[in-house]
Design a protein around this ligand. Structure first.
Ligand SMILES: [Zn+2]
Length: 424
């Protein structure tokens, strides 16, 4: 009898778990990550309107999810792009864009053949560097140096970036492989070209040939995509955010798929929207796919300055960025206003056996939670760092082959269980 009772209890437990098991939607999540990181959206950058097409796709997916309202919030930004020629040779050897070299985001284009001057970092002397560069053989050269060394000696190296200060034509910053491409400070173009290059590709190289185009887009219009699910009450809300923009193109052939960064977070908030559209929440729910994140948090900053709901109505904001990984320990950052409820995350994580642990780091201006954190909004930033996908972020290899799907379900359960606890 006891066994039968146990079987019945176990069956009941399974039945009770059913809504929870069906809440997340891993197949749809994967499908949307694949779609957003496909060539159709060209790395969700600005030059080929990839970001615009991606925004329209996201709006359609929100509609399909049964949300009550989808609105586009336009804003403009100035952005430097690279979608034309992107060719470089080192002593006659052709280098591979995105793998051997990439561009500093605020670099102009570069065309021609140039001698390379390698900085002697072991016996560095700024006066000797400038004396060397004044010699005729180094007129119009590219100065090559390990990036962090230039950062340490930025007083000297900043002179090499400005027209009229020094005769060098440009700079080569060495950065270890896999080489990254950033966009954060691409809202301007500086005087001289700056190229990131791997130490292997440039070691001992005497001259480079480059054929690199840039295109600066002033006042490019892009959009945040905002979906809303009405709650039973409207005196407060929860907000899910994820940026959908990424790095776009590096030349005609290379684009940055950004499967982990941040097709993963975008797809996750769309499945969360569907979940709440099907299970009416206590409070209003907002799902915001931001543009302009990789261009220095422009979309989230715009929203925080022009919110569609007063920021003091936000009970909690969850920012998902790069959750396409497999670290069993989940990284997070929490705003000061969010700290009193941080223990709820710890408790639901333990109770549901989601992640091995949460690892809370210092709050930083590294994703879209930041403009809200600085405005007193309770928020958490969830990024699954240091897993197998992590080395590839901001490289062309952040794609469907390297993205991981392990952290989607535990992240989904973490945020939905938090809300369940919070509204009690
Ligand atoms: Zn990101």
């Amino acid at each position: 009898m006891k066994t039968i009772r146990n079987i019945i209890l176990a069956a009941l437990a399974v039945l009770l778990l059913v809504p929870c098991v069906q809440a997340q939607d891993l197949p749809r999540f994967k499908k949307m990550v694949k779609q957003l990181s496909s060539a159709k959206y060209q790395g969700r950058g600005y030059a080929r309107d990839g970001v615009r097409k991606a925004g329209a796709y996201i709006a359609r997916e929100f509609e399909k999810s049964g949300v009550d309202e989808v609105t586009m919030q336009p804003f403009t930004l100035n952005i430097n792009t690279f979608c034309g020629n992107m060719e470089m040779w080192a002593d006659g050897k052709k280098l591979k864009a995105g793998y051997d070299f990439s561009m500093r985001e605020y670099s102009p284009g570069a065309h021609g053949t140039y001698p390379v001057y390698h900085v002697d970092t072991a016996n560095f002397d700024a006066d000797r560097l400038f004396a060397d560069l004044a010699r005729p053989e180094y007129a119009n050269c590219f100065v090559c140096c390990e990036f962090w060394f230039t950062y340490k000696h930025r007083a000297a190296f900043s002179k090499l970036q400005k027209a009229g200060e020094c005769t060098n034509a440009g700079l080569l910053y060495e950065w270890t492989s896999p080489i990254k491409f950033y966009k954060a400070y691409g809202e301007k173009v500086v005087d001289k070209p700056i190229i990131w290059v791997t130490p292997e590709a440039i070691a001992g190289v005497k001259s480079i040939k480059v054929n690199i185009d840039n295109e600066f887009l002033p006042n490019y219009q892009t959009e945040n995509v905002i979906a809303k699910v009405n709650g039973r009450r409207h005196d407060g809300c929860y907000v899910f955010t994820a940026h959908y923009d990424h790095l776009g193109n590096l030349g005609k052939k290379v684009y940055y798929p950004g499967a982990n960064d941040n097709a993963s977070g975008t797809a996750a908030i769309i499945t969360l929207a569907k979940y709440y559209a099907e299970n009416q929440p206590e409070y209003d729910m907002y799902f915001i796919a931001f543009s302009g994140e990789d261009a220095n948090l422009r979309g989230s900053t715009w929203f925080a300055e022009h919110p569609v709901v007063p920021l003091n109505q936000i009970r909690y904001l969850f920012n998902l960025d790069m959750i396409g990984d497999n670290n069993p320990v989940q990284y997070c950052e929490v705003s000061d206003a969010g700290m009193p409820k941080y223990e709820v995350f710890e408790a639901v994580n333990r109770a549901h056996g989601l992640f091995k642990a949460l690892n809370r780091g210092e709050l930083a201006a590294n994703s879209d939670h930041y403009p809200f954190a600085t405005r007193g909004v309770p928020c958490i930033f969830l990024e699954n760092q240091e897993g197998d996908a992590f080395p590839y972020y901001h490289t062309p290899a952040d794609n469907m082959k390297t993205v991981k799907f392990d952290s989607y379900i535990p992240v989904f359960k973490l945020v939905t269980s938090f809300i369940e606890q919070d509204v009690k």
